[in-house]
Write a protein that binds this ligand. Structure first.
Ligand SMILES: Nc1ncnc2c1ncn2[C@@H]1O[C@H](COP(=O)(O)OP(=O)(O)OP(=O)(O)O)[C@@H](O)[C@H]1O
Length: 470
């Protein structure tokens, strides 16, 4: 019985990594609601052929209705295309007609965007000279759209890290790129921490490749690249006309911009907080949410270290540490237990009897972190699934990513993961300590992207060539 449920849970890991279409993998992952979800107020009244943001988010006032071609801030910004959506905001590519550049406009409810704006302004004022500054998205401007909605103006970013991983053979980045991405991520987080800020919502979808060239493309070139937007009318389920003025006429399918450089940046500081005033809850997706948050224990900025540990695992192996598909609070607690052992007794005791019973029924076989890391890197699904001979779920050798890392490198990464992925948030260390990990030592003279991260801005063209293969 134990064996079966273990197999079942881990099978989702396989399905997520190997078989899940990109649209599903890239759907927003945040869970929990910073504002009450609309469906609790009116259930399933609207639908659209475009499976993007939930239209009920508009009727609840969470999203701001945007149409392509609309102008904002006295005509300065003209909306050209949609770039993405999250649980709390929609993001649009716009032409900045004053500077003749392109920008990303993030529209959200003032209750949500005000926190992001406060944090971004704090970062702007910090003037801290830190290489990680280049790895956190830059706020360019902001303005109120109405009494309910605000718009934050960011530099436009390119393809997301998960999208780029998906395009790689075997579903993981080449080791040099994985090292560069994780290094920039740690630098970005170190910068945030040095400014007294915790990100609070670090997940792989919040890491985007830069698109500096796109910022200066002409409107004509942008439109030729993006093509005609795919849209779907918003309709009422009962067939009645949509009279709600907060509802857009259409939903638009987003497109990612090409990320032509090796540089990444962390986006979405909507869940960020100051180290000296941690929130009671975080909205990080369950599969990268720190265990103390899953158990409802007091939080501190150590939640970021847990998430970055999960991201290291995911970016290096190409597989999520905790299965994201169908992840919920209890399944994540259970999978963490299977990797790093049982949580502190007082945390477990704090669970309701019902939760304990659900966890007992769905318990997962232990698969110790070090072993799991190596099996994930080897893409040895037979062993991970623990099903023995489930041929249907095996990855064929030709589908697998090349094994570029040596045993010594895997040992040292595993040691780093062991340090970070612990229940005690204070023992997880800091991004600065993580940056001293041997994984980031530049022992490859040709590693242009890493040299760039460390301030040696040479030969970007070379690394672009490598990335264009991704
Ligand atoms: N500067 C940007 N350039 C290009 N695309 C962006 C940019 N910022 C955000 N996006 C796209 O928009 C999506 C939603 O943005 P973001 O994560 O900031 O919204 P959110 O509602 O706060 O998300 P969440 O539900 O994770 O809290 C991102 O996943 C990304 O695809």
């Amino acid at each position: 019985m134990l064996r079966l449920s273990s197999c079942y849970r881990r099978m989702f890991l396989y399905i997520h990594v190997v078989r899940t279409p990109s649209t599903l993998r890239h759907a927003p992952l945040s869970t929990g609601a910073r504002l009450a979800p609309a469906r609790t107020q009116r259930s399933w009244e609207y639908l659209s052929e475009i499976d993007a943001e939930d239209p009920h988010g508009y009727s609840a006032g969470r999203y701001c209705p945007i149409e392509i071609g609309q102008n904002y801030k006295d005509g300065r910004y003209k909306v050209i295309y949609k770039l993405g959506w999250g649980g709390y905001a929609t993001v649009w590519l716009a032409r900045d007609t004053r500077n003749c550049t392109n920008v990303a406009l993030k529209f959200g409810h003032v209750d949500v965007t005000s926190n992001e704006l406060r944090i971004m302004r704090h970062l702007q004022k910090s003037h801290l000279a830190h290489p990680g500054r280049n790895h956190v998205v830059r706020l360019l401007d902001s303005f109120d759209v109405s009494s309910r909605h605000t718009c934050l103006v960011f530099e436009p970013m390119g393809v997301s890290v998960p999208a780029r991983i998906e395009r790689q053979t075997g579903g993981r980045l080449p080791a040099r790129i994985a090292r560069s991405v994780t290094l920039q991520l740690a630098l970005g987080l170190d910068y945030l921490w040095q400014c007294g800020v915790a990100h609070g919502d670090l997940h792989i979808g919040n890491i985007l490749f830069s698109a500096p060239e796109v910022a200066i493309w002409s409107e004509y070139r942008l439109k030729s690249y993006l093509g005609v937007p795919q849209t779907g009318a918003v309709k009422r389920l009962d067939g009645a006309p949509v009279l709600d003025s907060s509802m857009p006429r259409h939903l638009v399918w987003p497109r990612e911009l090409p990320g032509s450089s090796t540089e990444i940046k962390i986006i979405d500081l909507g869940g960020a907080f100051f180290h000296d005033s941690p929130p009671d809850i975080v909205h990080t997706p369950y599969h990268v949410r720190a265990p103390e948050a899953l158990f409802g224990q007091p939080l501190n900025h150590g939640v970021d270290m847990w998430s970055i540990g999960c991201l290291l695992f995911e970016i290096i192996t190409g597989r999520a540490l905790i299965s994201p598909i169908l992840a919920d609070r209890l399944s994540s607690i259970e999978e963490i237990r299977s990797c790093i052992g049982t949580a502190p007794k007082e945390w477990v005791d704090s669970l309701s009897d019902e939760d304990k019973e659900i966890m007992r029924r769905n318990s997962v076989d232990p698969l110790e972190l070090d072993r799991y890391f190596r099996l994930a890197y080897e893409q040895d699904d037979d062993a991970i699934l623990g099903c023995g001979g489930e041929d249907d779920f095996q990855v064929e050798d030709y589908e697998k990513a090349p094994r570029e890392l040596t045993h010594e490198q895997l040992d040292s990464i595993s040691a780093t993961l062991h340090k970070i992925l612990v229940y005690d948030a204070h023992s997880r260390g800091t991004p600065a300590e993580l940056l001293r990990s041997p994984w980031f030592e530049n022992n490859d003279a040709e590693d242009v992207s890493i040299a760039q991260c460390k301030g040696d801005g040479q030969a970007q063209g070379e690394s672009r060539d490598e990335m264009s293969a991704c």
